[in-house]
Design a protein around this ligand. Structure first.
Ligand SMILES: [Zn+2]
Length: 388
């Protein structure tokens, strides 16, 4: 599927990597360095498909790209296997932050499911504390290089499991120790957010924010449940909200006549109709955490066409939806946020103003207090202004 992603560098007169970025949707167990996986696997006696960092990195990308869900899910068996000790969790979290900073990220929310890291006897609180210690060490390491980054944890429950309430309580318990939000992840189809209705009610009662994976592997029903049962303030992907948007093209005869030629491409008028759900998501500014390359790999956008150019993110963005750009799983997709921006510049001809708007959307949708969001927005605006 990657052959549809152009790899020629765009002709830009600015440094995409240096632009300040905000990352809202990036999984901790999907962003490890291959060399780290190899070292940690050796320490815990876990067997990998390869012990060569380059070959292992390729194995992850090929498996994610194979079109086989079984192979895709197998990749997480290996990353999760090396994240079962405090040492493993600490190191992965620390390097995660350093890698984000190297990509220009100044604010990042890191999501992961504590319940998947208890195989060696650690408790839920142990693993959250180990990851938090690693994230803080990463922030300190970045500061030593003269840069700044701020990160928060999105505590995630797995939808096929039944620990939603426990994980919601865990998240609230750690709200003053790095947890900034809650999410549910894993198999979306067949596991509606309504399964976790009580956990989401508990979170709402504690005024703790939730983003919900919805509109990726399932459609409008899942998005509706995320918003109603999950009280989602943001949608993880949410890309299939585009199924509730109808655009009818009609040839504009007058325009064709007036210009003296008949060009059905240039002289069409699109009649846009939003369903009630799409209207709610757009008009209320519910942020969509779009992950372009991942959406292509997992088939989330298969209903809209084949390549990245048929990704509905551009249509949603042009219609005023609150679109943010993210990576999802940097290891499996072999991408950085810089790569995703580059892809949008190449595919949709986005310029600096577009990238600024998408970045500000993410900053404003961050699970941060207002004062901190305002400071983040100001920092981003100033950095972009310096370019112009
Ligand atoms: Zn995700």
């Amino acid at each position: 599927m990657t052959e549809t992603i152009p790899d020629a560098a765009p002709d830009l007169d600015f440094d995409l990597k240096g632009l300040p970025k905000v990352s809202l949707h990036d999984h901790l167990d999907g962003g490890l360095r291959p060399a780290t996986i190899i070292e940690l696997a050796e320490a815990v006696g876990h067997t990998l498909p390869s012990t060569d960092p380059v070959a292992l990195g390729e194995w992850f990308r090929e498996s994610a790209d194979s079109g086989s869900l079984v192979r895709y899910l197998e990749t997480f068996d290996h990353t999760i296997a090396v994240m079962q000790t405090k040492e493993g969790l600490f190191r992965v979290a620390k390097e995660f932050v350093e890698d984000l900073a190297d990509d220009g990220v100044v604010y990042g929310e890191v999501r992961w499911a504590p319940e998947q890291h208890l195989q060696q006897g650690l408790s839920l609180d142990d693993v959250v504390e180990a990851v938090q210690a690693g994230l803080e060490a990463g922030v300190d390491a970045v500061a030593e290089t003269g840069r700044d980054i701020q990160v928060g944890q999105l505590i995630t429950a797995m939808r096929h499991a039944d620990r939603g309430q426990e994980i919601a309580e865990l998240a609230v318990r750690h709200r003053n120790n790095g947890a900034v939000g809650f999410d549910i992840a894993g198999a979306e189809d067949g596991f509606l957010p309504s399964r976790f209705k009580d956990a989401f009610t508990y979170l709402a009662q504690h005024n703790f924010p939730a983003t919900v994976h919805a509109g990726e592997a399932a459609g409008l029903e899942s998005i509706q449940s995320a918003l109603v049962d999950g009280r989602a303030l943001r949608l993880g992907h949410g890309v299939r909200i585009a199924e509730d948007v109808t655009i009818e093209f009609e040839e504009d005869e007058d325009a064709a006549d007036a210009e003296g030629f008949d060009d059905t491409v240039n002289d069409t008028i699109g009649m846009v109709t939003l369903g009630e759900l799409a209207s709610w998501v757009r008009d209320r500014g519910i942020a969509l955490e779009i992950c372009p390359s991942s959406n292509l790999q997992t088939g989330a956008i298969a209903g809209f066409g084949e390549g990245i150019e048929s990704h509905p993110l551009d249509m949603l963005y042009q219609l005023g939806f609150n679109v943010t750009i993210n990576t999802d799983n940097r290891l499996m997709s072999g991408v950085t946020l810089t790569d995703e921006f580059e892809l949008l510049v190449e595919t949709f001809d986005y310029d600096l103003d577009d990238l600024l708007e998408l970045t500000l959307n993410a900053a404003e949708a961050a699970f941060l207090p207002l004062e901190e969001k305002e400071a983040l927005v100001e920092y981003i605006n100033e950095a972009y202004a310096d370019l112009g």
